[in-house]
Design a protein around this ligand. Structure first.
Ligand code: 13P
Length: 338
């Protein structure tokens, strides 16, 4: 399949992406939060439970995997990428090597992982991956993000995207403006706009085909400790407006990260964006925490109760699926009992 076709499938209405690509360190934190030991067996067990749920076919277009998981096989001996394909979804892979201190900056971060990336992409292609992910992070404070941080990360994202496309895969370009801090929603709008403009400038310089690219941005939200909260309508309007002003029309769509929003908040906000969407872009989800939190809790209480864990995950995935079409309603959450 051509990368343009894969990108379209990844953001098609009614479905979205499951970000199950937590590094071993991050997954360790998630498991610790529910008092479960982080070992290879447990990490695989939880993920396999999600990958075999019925929502995979109906609501999940793609799954982002971590290096460990893409090389594992299920309890039935099926390689994980094959299991995902069998269940109706596209396997993808996180390829960045995490964030490091950006030299010359005052504590800002740069994402690493470009060295040897072409060889790694060829290996991942053989393992079945058809798209990749690279995440850059930007903190907001009085003097951050700096121009240096915005430029360095945009350049790395664009070089990554060009390499991924040469390996015949779709790059998910993820510039995440973090929610931490007390900044206002307008500050988030201003910073996200600058970050996105620079990213698209670099993607163009590096000859990245935008039709074969998926953008994974943050929504426009006030900082998590900002006193002035924003309502759903304001979040939706500002998010849509920011993307309309910064995204070239060739990009098929957006798959938002959840970035620390609660499960229901992330669903509600995406639903509101889709209700007012007057563009040709598709807006869907690529959630990690906002898709897995309740399922993880349920799993930690009774790891072998596959039916109940999958019921919880299926519900969340279906709620998000409805939100991609602006058809989610609050009452769907109240009627659901795990
Ligand atoms: P969250 O939805 O938990 O923010 O994770 C998405 C992701 O892939 C971060 O890189």
């Amino acid at each position: 399949m051509k990368i343009e076709e894969i990108a379209k499938l990844m953001v098609a209405k009614g479905r979205g992406i499951l970000a199950a690509d937590e590094s071993t360190g991050t997954m360790g934190k998630r498991l610790k939060s529910v008092n479960i030991e982080s070992n290879e067996k447990n990490r695989l067990h939880f993920r396999e439970t999600l990958f075999t749920s019925s929502a995979m076919k109906s609501s999940i277009s793609g799954v982002i995997l971590y290096d460990e998981t893409i090389k594992q096989s299920s309890s039935q001996g099926i390689p994980i990428p094959e299991l995902i394909k069998k269940n109706g979804s596209i396997p993808g892979i996180k390829v960045d090597k995490g964030v490091k201190l950006l030299a010359g900056s005052s504590g800002e971060k740069i994402t690493e992982g470009l060295d040897g990336l072409k060889d790694r992409m060829d290996e991942y292609y053989k393992l079945g991956a058809r798209f990749a992910k690279w995440r850059a992070v930007y903190s907001i404070s009085s003097n951050q993000p700096s121009e240096q941080c915005i430029k360095a990360n945009a350049h790395a994202l664009a070089r990554y995207a060009a390499i991924v496309q040469e390996a015949k895969m779709v790059p998910i370009v993820e510039p995440e403006v973090l929610m931490d801090g007390d900044h206002t929603i307008d500050k988030c709008y201003e910073v996200t706009s600058k970050v996105l403009i620079e990213c698209f400038k670099e993607l163009k310089i590096n000859n990245v085909k935008l039709e074969g690219t998926v953008l994974k941005p943050n929504m426009i939200l006030p900082g998590s400790s900002c006193k002035k909260k924003a309502n759903t309508d304001e979040i939706a309007k500002k998010t849509l407006d920011c993307l309309k002003k910064t995204m070239p029309k060739e990009v098929p769509g957006v798959a938002f990260l959840s970035g620390g929003q609660s499960e229901v908040e992330a669903t509600k906000n995406l639903n509101a964006i889709n209700k007012i969407n007057d563009t040709n872009f598709n807006f869907t989800f690529s959630y990690g925490r906002a898709l897995q939190q309740s399922a993880l809790k349920t799993w930690s209480k009774s790891m072998e109760d596959t039916k109940n864990i999958q019921k919880v995950f299926d519900h969340r995935a279906k709620m998000n699926s409805a939100s991609t079409e602006g058809k989610w309603e609050e009452k769907f959450e109240k009627n659901f009992a795990a």
